[in-house]
Design a protein around this ligand. Structure first.
Ligand code: STR
Length: 417
């Protein structure tokens, strides 16, 4: 097989390999094919082979398995030089030292302050600000309607809101938000040439390093400053570690919550009976949020973990040095976990809270509570302000961005009613 992104042809993909489509033309079809390919499926990521886990129970077990690590140096294809920085997905793995890329005791050291800053109790303090941002963006939505009344709910509402929230939390000035949104859009898009992606990542590193140096000199009341300051008697994070955590927080906090909010609006507009139940107060917004997280996960595939020894899963063996992806969208549709109707969106589903969309184990999403607070404010506020909200195009015309790991729409044109 000829692969333009890697230094040498990767191993034979084998007959049962699901080739992940960089253009994301049929996400539901691909999710179903992954499930059909087995508990542990072979996938092809732009010519690079990996395993993926497609079931809830096995993923849960693997996410607790210390024989799987996030350190890219444990990857055989990286050690041998088959995968290089020319591979378009390398930025999802080789993202610098941070809580996202380190395991064990060091991981706890890198992560503790961040997870403590994002507990439901601590988040209550910033709720009023999130409510204020939401109201401002609803005004902006009203003002942005074209002559035909159409407005893009993504560009004007769902995208700026999480950026403002994570920006406030991390101390990133509002004047930089548009730049960051543009850079991350290019980072995630498979249409961006790899040399441009590597260049923008280098630019972002300079930006974040400058920010960390500024906060080191003049600490303020934000999580970046808190990450810089040593705990009493504790070992302070290095500059590289603070930069790594900051990058991870901004990238994750910005990108994933866009998906959560938009996917929830889309699910409700295409299931009007369920929207009516929510607006009548028969079912809570928390149910909408949890069912959306299960049914249409913001993260499609999470890259990557590496086996430090052979790991047997059912009939398959992940060999030492092989890579494992977690396919959260397939896992949300697991019929063992959610029953035969797992493919249906149903906010009254008894298992709606028993999804694993935020992961499991030591790396479980530290921003889970924050995303729930954001969506829990944004969704009711949107439907309260615009009860007649509807899609401006048929649902089938909504397209996904060409992003392999995230589940994100190109645009979401609506009429505010
Ligand atoms: C993007 C590039 C970067 O500079 C740093 C990170 C680390 C955190 C990653 C992020 C990445 C991509 C999106 C992730 C996020 C953690 C959570 C988020 C994977 C690689 C999810 O989609 C779950």
């Amino acid at each position: 097989m000829n692969c333009p992104h890697t230094a040498a042809a990767p191993a034979d993909r084998g007959a049962g390999t699901v080739v992940i489509d960089p253009m994301v033309q049929d996400l539901d079809g691909e999710t179903a094919r992954l499930r059909d390919a087995g508990v542990l499926a072979r996938i092809d990521l732009l010519g690079v082979p990996a395993w993926t886990v497609t079931r809830h129970a096995e993923a849960r077990q693997l996410l607790l398995d210390p024989r799987l690590v996030k350190d890219i140096d444990a990857w055989g294809l990286w050690q041998s030089g088959v995968v290089t920085r020319a591979w378009p997905l390398i930025g999802m793995i080789d993202a610098g030292r941070s809580m996202f890329t380190v395991d064990g005791a060091e991981h706890r050291r890198l992560r503790t302050k961040t997870s403590q800053a994002l507990t439901p109790r601590r988040l209550e303090a910033i709720r009023p600000e999130i409510e204020k941002f939401t109201q401002e963006l609803l005004d902006a939505l009203d003002a942005a309607q074209g002559d035909d009344g159409v407005v893009d709910l993504k560009a004007v509402f769902a995208q700026p809101l999480p950026m403002r929230v994570v920006g406030m939390l991390m101390g990133v000035d509002e004047s930089q938000h548009a730049m960051l949104t543009r850079q991350y859009k290019a980072f995630f898009s498979m249409l961006t040439p790899q040399d441009e992606r590597l260049a923008l990542l280098a630019e972002l590193d300079v930006f974040y390093t400058d920010l960390v140096r500024e906060k080191t000199a003049r600490p303020t009341d934000d999580l970046t400053s808190a990450l810089i300051l040593a705990e009493e008697g504790g070992e302070p994070l290095t500059e590289e570690e603070v930069v790594g955590n900051l990058k991870a927080m901004v990238a994750a906090g910005h990108e994933t919550t866009i998906g959560l909010v938009l996917n929830a609006v889309r699910a409700l507009l295409s299931h009007p009976d369920q929207l009516r139940m929510v607006l009548a107060g028969e079912v809570g917004w928390d149910a909408v949020i949890e069912e959306t997280l299960r049914w249409d996960t913001p993260t499609t595939h999470l890259l990557m973990r590496f086996a430090t020894e052979d790991i047997t899963v059912g009939d398959e063996v992940i060999r030492e040095g092989e890579g494992l992806v977690v396919s959260y969208r397939a896992i949300g549709r697991d019929t063992e976990q959610h029953g035969a109707g797992a493919d249906a969106f149903d906010i009254t589903r008894p298992t709606r809270n028993r999804h694993m969309t935020f992961g499991h184990g030591p790396h479980i999403c530290p921003g889970a509570a924050l995303s729930r607070v954001e969506a829990g404010i944004a969704l009711p506020a949107l439907f309260t302000r615009f009860p007649g909200l509807r899609l401006a195009v048929p649902d089938e015309e909504i397209t996904k961005l060409p992003v392999m790991t995230q589940n994100d729409m190109t645009a979401f044109p609506v009429l505010l009613g």
